[in-house]
Design a protein around this ligand. Sequence first.
Ligand code: AMP
Ligand code: MG
Length: 330
Amino acid sequence: MSIYKDPASERAERKIASLSPELRRLAEEGGKIIKNGGLVAFPTETVYGLGADALDPDAVASIYEAKGRPSDNPLILHVSSVEMAERVVEINRRARMLIEAFWPGPLSVVLPAKDIVPLRTRGGLPTAAVRMPDSAPALALIEMSGLPIAAPSANISGRPSPTDAKTVLSDMGDRVPLVIDGGDTRFGVESTVVDVTGEHAVLLRPGGVSKEELEKVLKEEVLLPQDQNIIKRSPGTRYRHYAPSVPLVLCTAESMPAENRRWAWMGIAKPEGTPCASVLFKNKAEYAKELFRALRMLEKSDAEVIYAETPDEAGIGRALKDRLERAAGK
Ligand code: AMP
Ligand code: MG
């Protein structure tokens, strides 16, 4: 028997060991539910997930049903070790470099799927996305279930993703037997999705790991999916996301149009004029972390329109801008 442990799995084990007894008990309870084909909502470092056994088509079907999610939108498989990832996908050279650099962390890697992954989990695609979340309760839940956990965000399809347990309960409380409360999530936007199955690495969705960081590790350019093939490659990008119930308009503090309606503001800069409600962020990282919570809060104010400042695209800015544009219905 080899005693070699890859660094990513070792980091995951250390995280799990640091878990409080209370959360460990909940992870154990959740592990049993997952093994029995049930649903568990759990925290990750990005947003809260709604998880089920990724290898059981019926369990996966219940995720789609609970969320009202279109069934051709594939799910990400969450793992607690590289060995577990190897059970579900073919790990290639580029993936190994990324895993070693970024796992556990907000990076999902699209790889050729093994037959054990049901078509329902991968939306009928020959590939599957895998990631190791950087959250002790999430890693413990996966480890206790002994299964890769398929999980999209734990919200009704199309609504802003939940970044705290209270929001999960208000969206899905009646549809999930267990919601593990791990406090507020650290990143607030979903994971980066990168496809390394082809000649070039392609950034399918910007997230917590930036394009620049990926390029530094891979030592090559990571392409953006500018062409229509993206829709075939990552079906999720076709759907409306994160929609607040009040219209959202993107602008800068300087370019805000004259507005006769009651308007709310969110951004880093202060707007000119007087919003009826506003959320100001210290920087882009805080903007990303608080974005979905701010959307849900401002839609409950009496604003008739929400103006949001468009950030620049460096670092986390690309993911933030992507989510803002989707929320604005672009
Ligand atoms: P969500 O579960 O809402 O975070 O969405 C998962 C994202 O990962 C969607 O944008 C999917 O299109 C994308 N995704 C998952 N699996 C694959 C795959 N096999 N190939 C391409 N994109 C994928
Ligand atoms: Mg989602």
